[in-house]
Ligand binder design. Structure first.
Ligand code: KG4
Ligand code: ZN
Length: 335
C-alpha cells in the first residue's frame, strides 16, 4: 500500500509517498523562505503559503514517484501540535482527498513522526528507547517502551532548543532559521571563549531550560558593543556548546536512570553536527547505543508523516471526516 504523508504544521509544505518494504518513494518540500524577511515564522503568512503550494507539491510528488493518485491506499497528515491555520490547510486537504478517493485518512502526531523519522534509514526503532526530540517548538525526552507506547520523561521549562538557536542567531545577526546559521558561524569559533551557563545542571529530574542562556548571550552581546566576526564566531561556538552540553548530559543521565539502552535524536536540531558528535561520544562511553535520523529527515518532512501513517493505517485506523487539529500536547500512546 502506498501512503501519502502531508506535513504543514509550521512553515514547510512537505509531501511524501511511502510503502512498507519500499521505504520512501518520493519526498518533496517547499520551504517558505518568505519568513526570513521577518526573522521568524508569521503564522498567517504560513497558512496562506500552504494554500498556494499544497496542490502543486502534491502533483509534483506523484509525478516524481511515477505514481497515479488512484494508486494511493491511505493518507496521513500532521494534525498537531503546530500552528492552527497551517494545520487546518493540510488536514482539510487530506480529508477531501481521502473522501474523493475512498481511502482512509489518519491524523499523525507531529512529534511521533519526528521519533519515527529514525526508521527512514531502513532500520526499525529498537526498544526500549529514549528519544530526545529537539525542534523549533519542542525539547522533550520520550521513553518508548515498545511500538506506539510513549512516556514523556523530560521537557523544556521554557524555550525549545531550536528556539534558543533561533534567538541566539538573531542576537548575533545571523539570520533565520538560526540553527544552521549558528552551527556555520561556530565552525570558526572557540567553544571555550565564553563560559555560558549550563541550565538545570544541579537540579534533579530531566527537564531542560534555555531562557537563562538566551539572557546570558544577550547581556554578553550588549556588554561587548560592536562585534567582530571573531567575536560572533566565539559567541556562537560557546552558546552552541552550552546547548549541546545540556542536551547530552540530561539525555545520558535519563537513559541511565531509567535503564534504557538505546538513545535516539529527532527533530530539526538533530541535524546539528556538534550535537550528533557529542551525543555519540557520550553514549559510547556510557555503553548506550546511539542513533540519529538521516540529515535530510531531521527538519520537518512529509516522509516521517507517511511512515507513521503507514504504521497507524496498518492497525486498521481511519479517522475519517471527524479528524480535527490540535495546537499542543505530548504524544499519546496507541499501543
Ligand atoms: O523540526 P523542525 O523542522 O520544526 C519544528 O517542528 O519545530 O525544527 C526546526 C528547528 C529550527 O529552530 C532550526 O533552527 C533548527 O531546527 N535547526 C538546527 C539545525 N538545523 C535546523 N539547529 C541547530 N543546528 C542545525 N544544524
Ligand atoms: Zn518538527
Amino acid at each position: 500500500m502506498i501512503v501519502l504523508g502531508i506535513e504543514t504544521s509550521c512553515d514547510d509544505t512537505s509531501l511524501a509517498l511511502y510503502a512498507r518494504g519500499r521505504g520512501v518513494i518520493a519526498n518533496l518540500t517547499a520551504r517558505q523562505v518568505i519568513h526570513e524577511e521577518y526573522g521568524g515564522v508569521v503564522p498567517e503568512i504560513a497558512s496562506r503559503q500552504h494554500m498556494r503550494t499544497l496542490l502543486p507539491v502534491f502533483d509534483a510528488v506523484l509525478e516524481k514517484a511515477g505514481v497515479d493518485r488512484t494508486e494511493l491506499g491511505g493518507v496521513g497528515v500532521s494534525n498537531g501540535p503546530g500552528l492552527v491555520g497551517s494545520l487546518l490547510v493540510g488536514v482539510g486537504f487530506a480529508k477531501s482527498l481521502a473522501m474523493g478517493l475512498g481511502i482512509p485518512v489518519v491524523g499523525v502526531h507531529h512529534i511521533e513522526a519526528h521519533v519515527l523519522s529514525n526508521e527512514l534509514g531502513g532500520e526499525p526503532l529498537r526498544y526500549p528507547s529514549l528519544v530526545l526530540v529537539v525542534s523549533g517548538g519542542h525539547t522533550a525526552l520520550y521513553h518508548v517502551e515498545h511500538m506506539g507506547h510513549y512516556t514523556l520523561v523530560g521537557n523544556t521549562r521554557d524555550d525549545a532548543a531550536g528556539e534558543a538557536f533561533d534567538k541566539i542567531a538573531k542576537l548575533l545577526g545571523l539570520g533565520f532559521p538560526g540553527g544552521p546559521a549558528v552551527q556555520r558561524a561556530a565552525e570558526d569559533g572557540d567553544p571555550r571563549a565564553v563560559d555560558f551557563p549550563r541550565a538545570m545542571r544541579d537540579r534533579g529530574g530531566f527537564d531542560f531550560s534555555f531562557s537563562g542562556l538566551k539572557t546570558a548571550v544577550r547581556q554578553h552581546v550588549e556588554a561587548r558593543g560592536a562585534l567582530s566576526p571573531r567575536d560572533v564566531a566565539d559567541i556562537a561556538a560557546s552558546a552552541q556548546a552550552a546547548i549541546v552540553d545540556a542536551l547530552v548530559e540530561r539525555t545520558v543521565a535519563c537513559a541511565q536512570a531509567h535503564a534504557i539502552g538505546h538513545v535516539y535524536l529527532a527533530g530539526g536540531v538533530a541535524a546539528n553536527g556538534p550535537l550528533r558528535a557529542s551525543m555519540e561520544a557520550a553514549c559510547a562511553s556510557a555503553g548506550l547505543s546511539y542513533h540519529a535520523p538521516l540529515l535530510e529527515y531531521c527538519t520537518d518532512n512529509g516522509a516521517m508523516v507517511a511512515r507513521t501513517a503507514e504504521l497507524l493505517l496498518s492497525t486498521g485506523r481511519d479517522d475519517g471526516a471527524c479528524l480535527d487539529v490540535f495546537t499542543r500536547g505530548a504524544i499519546e500512546s496507541w499501543a
